[in-house]
Design a protein around this ligand. Structure first.
Ligand code: SAH
Length: 434
């Protein structure tokens, strides 16, 4: 290290400088790994290093995993759908089509309250021109390709094809007193986290506002038709939304926020849902977190932390090279201060990688340093990739981790994810159509 840093880099060519930077970064990583290893050893544990298995993680010019904040090439968005527009914009559009503005409300009721886009069912509209109108306002967005069911029919994974052939997934889950839908916000993902299936193919494009919302409307239709197992109650529908499907929601900020606005807007402008039931989960795009805090919509905010130390998080969550653990935690804490909403920290427990006791202690220290009562931690044993380095923590290690956080005053709830059998759990959504 020392001899390298003493080189006068101004005498080097650009290529040499780049090679030097990469060498220095590698040496620094090796040094940090030695520290992690000795800490693990002190606990009688080992330290496993994150490396992608069975696929190649794309690297950028800096030798770090490639981050993609926008689609690689110009891609077109689907045709405008009623759900892309506010009620006022819908009225405007109908006037442009030479129709009375009040039709906007009727069409909105069909879509957001009856979950239908079928002109045959819209008997309150004049027969003449009804089909053309429905076609203009409700272009087909999501076509069902496959439906997989588990948990006695209480969990359904949908695979949808979009207008351009892109594939996305959403997962519908019935719990004893609520129905939750896990939705996608992008086709693929550009965040390149080595343990997550979605990131492996990179980002294709952002989903449109209406594509995001149509996942909910389609799920509501399935529920209304009795397609979700278990005891059915009249008028039930999706009450909780988690942006934990494919994509990084805050990298598609505008469309995601428009979708959130429409979820909480009273019917028939939107779905009339409660903002508290909506969870936006992010890898930690700090400027976008700050923007979200200023929106004045009290959605639940979740930060995918997965490691309290930059050394490991740099490897696990490549965007950590832009915004470090402390910056992400500061932004999460500010979210709490501005909105009064307690934030969640997501932590996938990965065997011998991030599940050491010293990491539970460091996490508690960093959270407590920012105050009490503002945060809770949701560890999730990693979803299975049997036999690989990406293996869930052992049950006793998991309990120790949870217990240590609790002991240190951090409210912690272990979560088990639904849908593992159908690759519908967190990090398993790849939409490969197999
Ligand atoms: N891009 C967003 C939302 C999508 S992922 C985010 O990262 O927050 C939703 C959650 O699933 C994230 O916390 C993500 O880190 C986690 N996850 C990814 N792969 C996982 C896996 N194999 N097992 C458990 N959780 C996983």
């Amino acid at each position: 290290m020392e001899t390298m840093t003493s080189i006068d880099s101004s005498t080097l060519s650009a290529a040499e400088r780049k090679a030097l930077r990469q060498e220095q970064a590698a040496a620094q990583r090796a040094q940090q790994l030695r520290i992690s290893q000795s800490r693990a050893k002190a606990e009688g544990r080992t330290q496993v290093v994150p490396t992608p298995e069975g696929w190649k993680q794309e690297m950028g010019a800096d030798g770090r995993p490639q981050l993609q904040f926008a689609a690689k090439r110009r891609v077109s968005q689907p045709p405008t759908h009623l759900a892309d527009l506010t009620l006022a914009e819908r009225q405007e559009k109908l006037k442009e089509l030479g129709l009375p503005a009040f039709r906007a409300k009727q069409l909105s009721v069909h879509y957001f309250q009856h979950y239908t886009t079928d002109p045959a069912k819209m008997s309150d509209l004049p027969k003449n021109g009804r089909e053309e109108l429905a076609e203009a306002m409700f272009p087909t967005l999501l076509t069902e390709v496959k439906r997989l069911t588990t948990d006695d029919g209480k969990t359904i994974k949908f695979l949808w094809r979009l207008f351009d052939g892109s594939l996305v997934e959403s997962v519908l889950m019935r719990y004893p007193n609520r129905i939750t839908l896990c939705i996608s916000s992008q086709c693929g993902c550009g965040m390149n986290c080595p343990f997550c299936a979605t990131g492996q193919a990179g980002l294709t494009r952002n989903m449109s506002t209406a594509e995001i919302l149509d996942q909910i409307v389609q799920a509501n239709r399935v529920i209304a038709e009795g397609g979700l197992g278990g005891q059915k109650h009249p008028d039930e529908r999706v009450g909780n939304i988690v942006f934990m499907g494919m994509g990084e929601p805050l990298a598609n900020y505008k469309r995601v926020m428009n979708a959130v606005h429409r979820m909480v807007a009273d019917a028939p402008e939107g779905l009339g849902m409660s903002a508290r039931g909506i969870t936006v989960s992010t890898v930690g795009l700090v400027p976008a977190i700050r923007k979200l805090a200023d929106e004045n919509i009290p959605v639940t905010f979740a930060l995918s932390l997965h490691a309290p130390d930059d050394e490991l998080r740099d490897e696990l969550i490549p965007v950590n090279s832009r915004w470090k653990v402390d910056e992400a935690l500061d932004a999460a804490h500010d979210y709490y201060v501005k909105t009064g909403r307690r934030v969640s920290i997501e932590y996938a427990l990965i065997k011998d990688m991030n599940d050491h006791e010293w990491r539970a202690e460091l996490l508690a220290k960093k959270l407590n340093a920012r105050g009490r009562g503002w945060v809770h931690v949701n560890p999730i044993p990693l979803n299975p990739v049997p036999g690989s380095i990406w293996t869930r923590s052992e049950p006793d290690i998991t309990s120790k981790f949870v217990h240590r956080l609790d002991e240190l005053g951090v409210p912690t709830t272990l979560r088990d994810t639904r849908g593992k059998e159908i690759d519908g759990a967190c990090g398993q959504l790849a939409a490969d159509g197999d």
